[in-house]
Design a protein around this ligand. Structure first.
Ligand code: MRU
Length: 345
């Protein structure tokens, strides 16, 4: 699983389509679907068929190519293309990787805008494939740097899914875990369920068990119990957006874990590529937190789990204060939150 691309451009017909694992089907079915239009890619991101910051970024890069293909017979091609790219960018607000990838693709359009429409399309496709390949290389580097930090016999807590499925392959936080496992660190992974969408239970345990990595599933409220018992002594999660001061947005519940880890003196690390660092925002207060449908909280397996009429608020992410983060593991090495400015500005 770790060597295969979970999202990739598939050459088919004249130009091709986006091919991605439908993550809503995991763990029941590992099935790839073809995405052929801008509306389909918008919907795939919004409904979390594709999810995880780096994977969403690649979906955005594919979306730019699909937009150009859709517009091939239109006048005012470039302006309409930018409009469609902005539309794709509005599908989910928190993960910066989406707007980062759209920006990368806009630069490609700018460089090629005097060329034929077909050449613009080809340039967008080639750049998307380049970003796919780079993502896997970056994750392996993150894995190698992170594995050095993992003590032998560690009990590692991770939240949500920052694995092969959240990226093109290998994963960020799960990349660290995979590399530590390969180095015979004798680890046990504690995977948080991650309500409401259960990415930890559904996707992280699926990935890790498939790779033969010892994994224990716990619910979101259990981390303090296992930390106190000494069974969890290392935490690593992914990130959706990291502000210049190191404040980090990640799946809702991450900051609770970081606070508990601080209390018990357990190192809390973020694993993320440079593309997740947003130096344009000073602190986490400026990160837009996506609010999702209340039914994600209220309904499990098609049935309501609460009293009818109850109020629900469903923020998808929270911001972990930089003071709680021991280090940010990137493809360039491990940095303290206060070191981001000098290294990534
Ligand atoms: O809502 P999701 O499932 O897209 O949220 C994903 C996360 O919070 C991940 O931890 C983050 O995107 C990093 S993925 C390498």
């Amino acid at each position: 699983m770790t060597e295969e691309k979970t999202i990739e451009w598939l050459k088919e017909g004249e130009f091709g389509v986006s091919l991605m694992v439908d993550q809503t089907l995991i763990p029941y079915e590992y099935k790839k679907i073809k995405i052929k239009t801008v509306d389909e890619i918008f919907n795939a991101i919004k409904t979390m068929i594709v999810r995880g910051a780096p994977a969403i970024g690649i979906a955005g890069a594919h979306g730019a190519a699909l937009a150009a293909i859709e517009l091939i017979n239109e006048d005012d091609f470039i302006n309409k293309l930018y409009e469609k790219m902005d539309y794709i960018n509005s599908s989910r607000p928190t993960a910066v990787n989406l707007s980062w990838a759209i920006k990368e693709q806009k630069e490609i359009v700018e460089k090629n805008k005097e060329k034929t429409k077909k050449e613009v399309i080809e340039a967008l496709i080639q750049n998307a494939i380049k970003l796919e390949n780079e993502d896997i290389e970056i994750n392996k580097k993150i894995g190698d740097f992170g594995a050095e930090l993992v003590p032998k016999g560690a009990g590692i807590l991770t939240h949500c899914n920052a694995g092969a499925l959240a990226t093109v392959g290998y994963g960020t936080a799960l990349g660290v875990i995979r590399s530590a496992f390969k180095k015979d660190k004798n680890i046990m992974v504690y995977a948080d369920e991650t309500r409401p969408r259960q990415q930890g239970a559904r996707i992280t345990t699926y990935e890790l068990i498939r790779d033969g990595i010892p994994t224990t599933l716990i619910t979101d409220g259990m981390c303090s119990y296992f930390m106190k018992k000494g069974m969890i002594n290392f935490v690593v999660t992914g990130a959706d957006r990291i502000a210049a001061n190191g404040d980090t947005a990640n799946k809702i519940g991450t900051s609770t874990i970081a606070i508990a880890a601080k209390y018990y003196g357990i190192p809390f690390y973020i694993a993320a590529p440079k593309s997740t660092i947003d130096m344009s925002i000073k602190t986490g207060d400026d990160i837009v937190i996506e609010l999702r449908d209340e039914d994600e909280v209220k309904i499990i397996n098609g049935k309501p789990i609460c009293a009818d009429g109850v109020k629900v608020i469903n923020p998808s992410f929270d911001v972990t204060d930089h003071s709680l983060i021991k280090g940010i593991i990137t493809e360039y090495g491990v940095f303290k939150p206060e070191e981001l400015k000098e290294n990534f500005s």
